[in-house]
Design a protein around this ligand. Structure first.
Ligand SMILES: *[C@@H]1O[C@H](CO)[C@@H](O)[C@H](O)[C@H]1NC(C)=O
Ligand SMILES: *[C@@H]1O[C@H](CO)[C@@H](O)[C@H](O)[C@H]1NC(C)=O
Ligand SMILES: *[C@@H]1O[C@H](CO)[C@@H](O)[C@H](O)[C@H]1NC(C)=O
Ligand SMILES: *[C@@H]1O[C@H](CO)[C@@H](O)[C@H](O)[C@H]1NC(C)=O
Length: 257
């Protein structure tokens, strides 16, 4: 149940919350975002309220603020290498389309400026991840080989995302944010993973069905073996996008005094 890993969904939401809170002073503040001053005695409550009010406005993407469309969210590639992954499994998922993020509930946002620490807490009732997969090797003890469409559906997805940041001066002599990559930490748990791999074993119906049945019955084990590598990939995506955003806005602009 409490599998310590994470998915794509999280990334997008984190990105958007941050994108918007950081951009507010450097670009004209979009009308749907409420600014939070760092001197606000209720800064934490302000940040949570602002993020919650902002969310519904950004699911379709905000190009001006470099927020991609979030529902559906398109991810080009997820890869489980034999080198990193569960022993003996090569699994690649491409052309992933992820549905359900717009139903996210933001449970907590804690931006601790003095401690340079950020924490997010989310819930999404249902997420459907549709990809093309290519797999060979084993999941658990089951031989897996095939390529075709796959559907990974997660229900009751709880996610937390933590990281530290630091600030450094740029040429304009203003402080800018930098993510401390070593400190990023993502966890999630889910009430169920539904997994379906079409066209296993060159379309062998009997073997394909029995394998899908076994994977589905052992969904929690499947999540454990595949999840950490997916999380690693996703964390990389998040770091890259957050890094891009951070480069654009100075600390003082992001959190006015
Ligand atoms: C999942 O995470 C949420 C939020 O962190 C927590 O409240 C809940 O108890 C967790 N569920 C399980 C089954 O671990
Ligand atoms: C993935 O999507 C791209 C662009 O839509 C398309 O060109 C490509 O053929 C797709 N790849 C697969 C394996 O479907
Ligand atoms: C699937 O993976 C195998 C082994 O890694 C590779 O030989 C094959 O070309 C791949 N197929 C596609 C459609 O990418
Ligand atoms: C994906 O799988 C879920 C769970 O089995 C199912 O409810 C949903 O209809 C599937 N989606 C598609 C597009 O097949």
């Amino acid at each position: 149940m409490a599998s310590p890993h994470q998915t794509l969904l999280c990334s997008s939401v984190i990105i958007l919350v941050f994108a918007l809170s950081l951009y507010e002073a450097s670009l004209p503040l979009p009308s749907f975002i409420k600014a939070c001053h760092r001197s606000d005695p209720n800064f934490k409550a302000c940040a949570l309220k602002s993020a919650r009010e902002t969310l519904p406005n950004v699911f379709d993407g905000v190009p001006k603020y470099r927020v991609p469309k979030l529902d559906p969210l398109i991810i080009d590639r997820l890869q489980v290498d034999e080198g990193h992954g569960p022993v003996g499994l090569a699994f690649t998922a491409t052309n992933c389309t992820i549905y359900g993020i717009r139903n996210v509930r933001l449970d907590n946002v804690d931006i601790d400026l003095p401690k340079r620490h950020v924490f997010y807490d989310f819930y999404i009732p249902r997420v459907e991840i549709m990809c093309k997969y290519n797999a060979s090797g084993r999941i658990l003890l089951l031989p897996i080989r095939g390529e075709g469409p796959t559907n990974l559906t997660l229900t009751d997805l709880y996610m937390t995302y933590n990281y530290d940041f630091y600030t450094k001066k740029k040429a304009d002599n203003k402080d800018y944010f930098y993510l401390n990559e070593d400190t990023t930490k993502l966890t999630y748990n889910t009430s169920r993973l539904y997994i379906r791999l079409e066209n296993l074993f060159n379309g062998d119906k009997l073997l394909g069905e029995s394998t899908n049945k076994a994977l589905d019955e052992n969904w929690d084990e499947v999540l454990k073996s595949v999840g950490p590598i997916v999380a690693e990939t996703v964390a990389e995506v998040i770091r890259t996008i957050l890094g891009n955003i951070f480069e654009l806005v100075s600390y003082d602009e992001a959190f006015p005094k």
